[in-house]
Ligand binder design. Structure first.
Ligand SMILES: Cc1cc2nc3c(=O)[nH]c(=O)nc-3n(C[C@H](O)[C@H](O)[C@H](O)COP(=O)(O)OP(=O)(O)OC[C@H]3O[C@@H](n4cnc5c(N)ncnc54)[C@H](O)[C@@H]3O)c2cc1C
Ligand SMILES: NC(=O)c1ccc[n+]([C@@H]2O[C@H](COP(=O)([O-])OP(=O)(O)OC[C@H]3O[C@@H](n4cnc5c(N)ncnc54)[C@H](OP(=O)(O)O)[C@@H]3O)[C@@H](O)[C@H]2O)c1
Length: 406
């Protein structure tokens, strides 16, 4: 264990949560519902200093009108709370279709009310977790350094930092000539609202997930000519995975499966890559018929070069595509090797990995430590919806139970 910051002695905290996204909010609510007096023992840190900042940003920047997940999926412990919130405010029309997919603004207002109900408004410290040092003699003890210089010694740490590192295909790294920053962007940094002058431009979008479809619609709305390149056939389904994965139908046998490799295969098969919703599929189809959108399935970029204000794209099938802008909707890395905090832990103690995902205990702890993981890193325990709002509730229940029992 390195010497602690000499100016500021470590503060002894009960529970530190890294991240203030929907998953962390789920956990705080579960804990405080059972132990209201634990508020003083909770420290939530997020560089934004507020709840759900990344969530809000991603929804607003990609102009997402409503969620993909049904109304019972949200951070409040009571699954009916969002529907009741909508009814009480006469906003039930903002629950779309048979699954009641909440409109983005309704979901935001609801989450704000959850933060207020659980008195969490001032709970987020504006800092990030930068370093975790496990006590070598007793790895259940740890020291956590924050970006504001403070050092804490939590009894328990929860890493709820979501996914952050964009997938950049190999050909992106091979681009040599300089190009303006806005000519090549990943969905994580694109803000449709600031994309000006798209009218008449040719926008090429790579990816076959829901983000690619939203970006396509955003560019079409602004008068662009869009090409969508998917490395497989574009797949359309209501949710990321069959709804049976958000309940006992599939999860019971998944959680009874003793082989971690088998579980990993089941997670991959259940999501089966990216997919778009049937509603977006209809909208894209319409744009194709009108001649504004070209869909290139089973198509992969081999190389891109920037000449005279345009991209020249060479695909593996030998075809060539000109484009003024390239948008990458290729998703984010889900595994440990792209997670800065987990990489630090991997250097300090062995972690059993299956295809870059950690094998966790049933309360989502890294074995031998008091560090719990939420989000996609818990997929071997929670299944394909681990990274979604559904996974947040499942993880929160397990971690809260463990924290309260200890
Ligand atoms: C465009 C888009 C739309 C989506 N829509 C849905 C949907 O409709 N339904 C659904 O179920 N899922 C949806 N998802 C999946 C979605 O990512 C999750 O549901 C949700 O955002 C995950 O919440 P989270 O709390 O794990 O992560 P995040 O929302 O990413 O929050 C993590 C937080 O951790 C903070 N952080 C990062 N590093 C550190 C650090 N070192 N220290 C402290 N804090 C840190 C970040 O600043 C961030 O605020 C969507 C994803 C995308 C990209
Ligand atoms: N609420 C909403 O309306 C909304 C909007 C956007 C996103 N979301 C959710 O957010 C999550 C992330 O969605 P996402 O679309 O950003 O990511 P995603 O679902 O992971 O999809 C990424 C896509 O990029 C493709 N891809 C990855 N690497 C590639 C490469 N090197 N070359 C070419 N293609 C590559 C993948 O292809 P393969 O399919 O072949 O793997 C996949 O189609 C999902 O859960 C989604 O449902 C929700």
């Amino acid at each position: 264990m390195p010497a602690a910051n000499t100016q500021r002695p470590p503060v002894l905290d009960e529970l530190v949560i890294a991240g203030a996204g929907p998953q962390a909010l789920s956990l705080c609510c579960q804990l405080l519902q059972k132990r209201p007096h634990w508020r003083r023992r909770l420290r939530v840190v997020d560089p934004s200093g507020t709840w759900l900042s990344r969530w809000e940003q991603q929804m607003q920047r990609c102009e997402i009108p409503w969620l993909r997940s049904p109304s019972p999926h949200h951070p409040h412990p009571n699954p009916h709370a969002l529907r009741r919130f909508a009814q009480e405010r006469r906003r039930s029309r903002e629950l779309e279709g048979p699954h009641g997919l909440p409109h983005t603004s309704l979901f935001s207002a609801f989450c704000q009310s959850v933060v207020e109900e659980f008195q969490l408004v001032k709970q987020v410290q504006a800092a990030s977790v930068q370093q975790i040092h496990l006590d070598q003699a007793k790895p259940a003890s740890m020291e956590v350094r924050l970006s504001d210089g403070s050092v804490v010694r939590p009894r328990r740490l929860v890493i709820a930092t979501g996914v952050g590192v964009p997938v950049l295909p190999g050909w992106v790294h091979a681009i040599t000539a300089g190009y303006p920053a806005e000519a090549l962007q990943h969905s994580q940094t694109i803000d449709l609202d600031t994309c000006v002058g798209l009218r008449g431009q040719h926008i090429l979008i790579v990816g076959g997930g829901l983000t690619s479809a939203h970006l396509a619609m955003g560019a079409l709305k602004r008068g662009a000519q869009v090409s969508l390149l998917c490395r497989r056939a574009l797949s359309s389904k209501p949710f990321d995975a069959d709804p049976g994965w958000m309940g006992p139908k599939h999860l019971k046998s998944f959680q009874a499966e003793p082989c971690w490799h088998q579980r990993r295969q089941q997670v991959l098969a259940a999501r089966d890559g990216g997919s778009i919703t049937p509603q977006l599929a209809v909208q894209l189809q319409q744009a194709r018929r009108q001649g504004h959108l070209q869909l290139h399935e089973h198509c992969q970029v081999q190389a891109a070069s920037w000449h005279a204000g345009q991209w020249q794209i060479l695909c593996l099938d030998g075809s060539r595509q000109p484009a003024h802008r390239l948008l990458l909707a290729t998703g984010q890395h889900q595994g440990i090797s792209h997670h800065p905090l987990l990489r630090q832990l991997l250097d300090q103690q062995p972690i059993e990995l299956i295809d870059d995902l950690p094998v966790l205990t049933s309360d989502l702890r890294l074995p031998g430590t008091n560090i719990h993981l939420m989000g996609s890193l818990s997929a071997l325990q929670l299944g394909p919806a681990a990274r979604n709002l559904f996974g947040g509730r499942e993880a929160a229940q397990r971690i809260a139970r463990a924290a309260i029992k200890a």
